[in-house]
Ligand binder design. Structure first.
Ligand SMILES: [Zn+2]
Length: 434
């Protein structure tokens, strides 16, 4: 397999030469493309492209060439048959162009995810994601139909009532939606249908669009509400990236299902950008390189996500690498030389549920990453925990942080329900000054 990957990489690099951006960028960075022979050689290369630069390229090509795909588009713009984007952040959306071959490759990567989850042609699937250009929107519908699923694209925009009634009518084996929407449907089912979500016969929950559905606590809660359905978290859907969570109790992130289509486990240090070996447990900024993409292939592209990579066999028994999303490079904190990710601090709080609620905020008096110790963490107590127990919980949390993350924080305990809850990615950092 590594020989196939190396050959695919060499072919892809040869093909990149069609794009002015890549010709320029290899020269600028002093990298001779002919000397990149293997996937392992990529480890020594700098980052070629990031979202701010991608947006700049989009603006420039719109002005110069009349299309917004940047001059790293390798294919003829008339061969672009599909455009998607991430639900991402503010500002100009980052566009992903696909040729017909890319669409086929995306369908194939989704098909692997369906098989991994135990789905089979003929299965009924009700889709409750927004029917958008986002990766789990229209592109997912297309892939489901191609894979032979009985696809019912209800869409989140139809509203909770309609979606629940369609579930009762279609009796699908699979429900596809965000984890927060799946949770909302559990709450609404009795009033809308007069019966529980657990009684609807859903066997598989296909979750995406928000992080966390693979985490055991979230997974168990959704499984219970949906009558024992298996819950899978999916990340990917473009460039040959597709990762799916398994049901291991000792959760090690999502299985990488298409290492032959895209290199997605290479890491660099978030501050120095030096390569980090892909070893079991390694943490770093993920740098992605497509191996078989046609339209505008990412090569050493970082979107600023921090992953942990696992290479030893998974506790679920399946081989292959896994990736766990740790956070964003922008959220990295450095406390006395120790790198700390807010999500890791939240994990420590989650390990002390039910004495703690599992919710935290990190309070900074200036922009990250450097933190003058101690790191200040505000932690919610669990439901019904009396204030007189707060000092003891603060000490336990500080000990657990010291044990697991090698830093000792200053802890403030607040009552359960103090922090605002959000269905979307919650900010764990509060910066009080500049
Ligand atoms: Zn596994």
């Amino acid at each position: 397999m590594s020989d196939d990957r190396d050959q695919a990489l060499r072919d892809q690099i040869g093909y990149l030469g069609q794009a002015p951006f890549y010709r320029r960028r290899f020269a600028e960075l002093g990298v001779d493309p002919a000397r990149v022979r293997t996937v392992a050689d990529l480890d020594d290369l700098p980052i070629f492209l990031t979202p701010p630069e991608h947006r700049r390229l989009q603006d420039a090509s719109l002005a110069a060439d009349g299309h917004p795909f940047g001059d790293f588009l390798c294919a003829d713009v008339r061969d672009v048959v599909s455009v998607s984007s991430t639900s991402g952040t503010t500002g100009t959306p980052i566009l992903y162009a696909s040729t017909a071959a890319d669409v086929a490759l995306t369908d194939e990567s989704w098909a692997r995810a369906f098989r991994f989850m135990g789905m089979a042609p003929g299965d009924g699937v009700v889709v409750g994601f927004g029917l958008s250009m986002y990766l789990a929107g229209v592109p997912l519908i297309r892939a489901l139909e191609r894979a032979g699923m009985r696809t019912v694209p209800v869409g989140a925009e139809s509203g909770t009532g309609k979606l629940l009634r369609m579930l009762a009518l279609m009796r699908p084996r699979v429900l596809a939606c965000t984890p927060s929407y799946a949770e909302h449907l559990i709450e609404r089912a009795p009033e809308v249908l007069g019966r529980s979500a657990a009684s609807l016969g859903i066997e598989i929950l296909l979750c995406a669009g928000e992080p966390g559905a693979g985490l055991p606590a979230v997974r168990d809660k959704l499984a219970e509400g949906w009558g024992g359905a298996r819950v899978h978290d999916i990340l990917g859907g473009v460039h040959g990236v597709i990762n799916v969570s398994c049901d291991a109790t000792d959760y090690q992130g999502m299985h990488v299902l298409a290492p032959d289509l895209c290199v997605t486990t290479q890491l660099v240090d978030p501050t120095t950008k030096a390569g980090i070996p892909t070893e079991d447990g390694a943490i770093g900024e993920r740098v992605k390189t497509a191996l078989r993409w046609q339209a505008a292939p990412p090569f050493r592209y970082s979107v600023g996500d921090v992953y942990q990579v696992f290479t030893d066999p998974c506790p679920c028994g399946r081989p292959g690498e896994r990736i766990k999303v740790i956070g964003r490079v922008d959220d990295l904190l450095i406390v006395k030389g120790v790198k700390v990710y807010p999500s890791a601090v939240k994990d420590v709080a989650a390990s002390l549920v039910p004495d703690l609620a599992g919710e935290i905020r990190i309070v900074l008096d200036r922009q990250p990453p450097r933190v003058v110790p101690p790191l200040r963490v505000t932690v919610e107590a669990g439901q019904g925990i009396p204030p007189e127990r707060h000092p003891e919980l603060a000490a336990r949390f500080a000990d657990a942080m010291h044990h697991r993350l090698s830093i000792r924080p200053a802890v403030t305990i607040v009552p359960a329900g103090t922090f605002e809850r959000s269905a979307h990615k919650t900010r764990l950092l509060e910066v009080t000054g500049r």
